[in-house]
Write a protein that binds this ligand. Structure first.
Ligand SMILES: Cc1ncc(C[n+]2csc(CCOP(=O)(O)OP(=O)(O)O)c2C)c(N)n1
Length: 629
């Protein structure tokens, strides 16, 4: 099984296959994707949809000299299989194995790394212009899904392409889905093109000509006929207005058609956009039946597609249910997501308050400015955006929300290490980038009950606030029936002590407790503090402890630089304290993908590491006290 695929060590091997073998290869690739991902998890649906497209691209173009870019690059598994990574494919998303996205360090065939949406067209234009300036001949091809066209950057690139290069191929891979159903006017526009009957009739005959005759002449004849038809059917095709010649829509699963079309497009001396229609999840019925679920998922049964039922609720679910409750009581509460209704939990909010639920597409900057607009009119927007994706909207957070002191609440899911997805998805920078913004109130709950309380707290704040909480299952504590606001800027003392004060941010209070236990066993008296607020930090409490303890310890699931420990250091320094601070957090480097526990151990986010660093500080005070007495 899989003999053809196993023999592909580079795209050159693919080019030696005959048309029948290429069709068989597509079957083998699908089998491999379904089988491997059933164990590793990953983006099954998107990859099943681009099997023929990727085979066609690698049959016609020559990587690594030609540059193929995939937007987001979650759909680049087939590309990995065809570019010398079959042997390692079973390691995808596993510790030390292949990354789930394109990585320039992983292969010379990965021309551009990505994980966030909307970057392919800009980067491709950059490469095309670099080629033109250097007098090169290579081809640059950007593959972007229909949802990438809900993202502003794609249009910023489109606005420039025709002015700056004459050779660039954009492939619009249209499957009508983002993670959820694609939203907005652009999705409807694509749908209108695809469902226009007259155009499609013409199109079918065009397809037959290309299949029958093949080659450049056939495509040229078809193109001329289509050109005429297009202008009859619509006053303009949007992409043509941007200066890209539009081809399509064509069947993205018809291999001979795709190959012939790319052979033709390769010879074009003007920027082109090829619109292909694909089916997300093609070849695996459970994925066709559950497009949303199979966009990206953990392990499943390769026969039935069944997954383990989730036992414990997630932070996302608690967030969404609490928001629905808050919205029941306050008609000004609205929920905003940037194409992540499922991931953020807002799927649960939507049916309860459909009029106050907004999915704006993959458009984080717009989401934040849209929220700002609503807030100016008295609404209380909750923007549910993953920590990593809010990076996109930094300026709107500063310029539109904070500067105008608007009460927008940023609910940052997946704050902390995200694990298997790797560096593009780790949420390790949000404290650093939000902490310096005036008026921002920044919170992190130790458990799900406190998350609900912080959401209620946010409603009492007359300005911007942000709550960071991690991916996955909650701590499973008893939750109050109704959330209760917490006094802003007040930390919670979980245990008092006089030798050391240990502050564990968010769910890291668990590590703080563990460290305290170990130190108590050694005869030290340890205070355990749940900071709750990163900003404003509880200076009153710090002032009490800085007079008593020999050291502070901070634990945070965030980079150390500019994080919570840094905030504590700054506050202590300003208050004239020289008490040493042991900061436990992520180092100043990008963290690879892997299992959270293993990566924490590797990078010293552990009780053991804190213990090693803090004990000498405590012992030296003990010695000093003994000498003094
Ligand atoms: C800036 C940003 N926001 C959100 C996401 C989460 N995300 C990953 S893939 C995806 C949908 C992509 O849809 P599309 O580009 O149409 O590709 P498909 O999976 O349908 O092939 C989203 C919203 C992201 N990667 N980047």
């Amino acid at each position: 099984m899989g003999a053809l695929l196993e023999a592909i060590h580079s795209p050159e091997d693919l080019k030696r296959l005959n048309p029948t073998q290429i069709e068989e290869l597509a079957v083998e690739i699908r089998e491999r994707l379904i089988r491997t991902l059933s164990r590793t998890g990953g983006h099954l649906g998107p990859n099943l949809g681009v099997v023929e497209l990727t085979i066609a691209l690698h049959s016609v173009f020559d990587t690594p000299s030609d540059r193929i870019l995939f937007d987001v690059s979650h759909q680049a598994y087939v590309h990995k299989l065809l570019t010398g990574r079959v042997d390692r494919f079973d390691t995808i998303r596993q510790p030390g194995g292949l990354n789930g996205f394109m990585l320039r360090t992983e292969s010379e065939h990965d021309s551009y790394g990505a994980g966030h949406a909307g970057t392919a067209l800009s980067a491709a234009l950059g490469m095309a212009v670099a080629r033109d300036l250097a007098g090169g001949k290579e081809h640059v091809i950007a593959v972007a899904g229909d949802a990438a066209f809900t993202n502003g950057i794609s249009y910023e690139a489109l606005n420039n392409i025709a002015d700056h290069t004459r050779k660039l191929i954009v492939v619009l891979n249209d499957n009508e889905w983002s993670i959820d159903r694609n939203v907005g006017a652009i999705a409807r526009y694509f749908h209108r093109i695809v469902t226009n009957e007259r155009y499609n009739r013409l199109h079918d005959s065009a397809k037959r000509i290309v299949e029958k005759i093949g080659g450049r002449t056939a495509v040229e004849v078809v193109r001329r006929a289509e050109e005429a038809a297009k202008s009859m059917l619509w006053p303009s095709i949007m992409f043509e207005e941007f200066g890209l010649t539009y081809y399509g829509p064509i069947d993205g699963h018809n291999l001979p058609l795709l190959i012939e079309t790319f052979k033709f497009l390769k010879t074009e001396n003007r920027p082109v956009l090829l619109h292909i229609l694909t089916q997300k999840g093609r070849g695996f019925q459970p994925a066709l039946d559950g497009q949303k679920k199979f966009h990206g998922l953990g392990p499943y049964d390769p026969e039935t597609g069944m997954t383990q039922p989730a036992g414990v609720p997630t932070y996302s679910e608690v967030f969404a249910n609490t928001l629905a409750k808050l919205a029941d009581k306050n008609e000004k509460v609205v929920a905003i997501t940037a194409a992540m209704p499922n991931g953020t939990g807002l799927d649960l909010f939507r049916p309860r308050h459909p009029k106050r639920y907004f999915d704006v597409g993959i458009a984080e900057e717009h989401a934040v400015i849209f929220a700002a607009g609503m807030a100016t009119r008295g609404f209380r927007p909750f923007c549910a955006i993953y920590s990593t994706f809010l990076q996109r909207a930094f300026d709107p957070v500063v310029h539109d929300v904070a500067l105008q002191k608007l009460p927008v609440v940023f609910c940052m899911d997946r704050a902390g290490l995200s694990g298997d997805d790797g560096p593009t998805h780790h949420g390790l920078f949000d404290i650093s980038y939000l902490r310096g913004i005036p008026d921002m109130v920044l919170m992190s709950p130790k458990d799900e009950d406190e998350l609900s309380d912080m959401m209620a707290t946010a409603l009492t704040i007359d300005g911007p606030s942000a709550i960071r909480y991690p991916r996955g299952a909650v701590v499973s504590v008893e939750c109050k029936p109704e959330p209760k606001p917490i006094p802003v800027g007040k930390a919670e003392v979980l245990a008092d002590g006089s030798d050391v004060a240990i502050l564990g941010l968010g769910p890291m209070t668990a590590l703080a407790r563990e460290l305290a236990e170990r130190l108590e066993q050694d005869g030290f008296s340890a205070a355990v503090i749940n900071p709750r607020f990163i900003k404003p930090i509880d200076r009153e409490l710090l002032a009490q402890y800085m007079r008593r303890v020999a050291a502070f310890v901070t634990f945070e699931d965030h980079v150390k630089m500019g994080g919570f420990g840094s905030a504590l250091l700054e506050a202590l320094q300003e208050m004239g304290s020289a008490v040493p601070v042991v900061r436990i957090g992520w180092p100043d480097q990008f963290i690879e993908h892997g299992k959270v526990e293993a990566l924490r151990a590797k990078y010293g986010l552990s009780v053991a590491e804190a213990y090693t660093q803090v004990v000498p500080l405590l012992q030296s005070r003990k010695r000093r006290t003994l000498v003094a007495s």
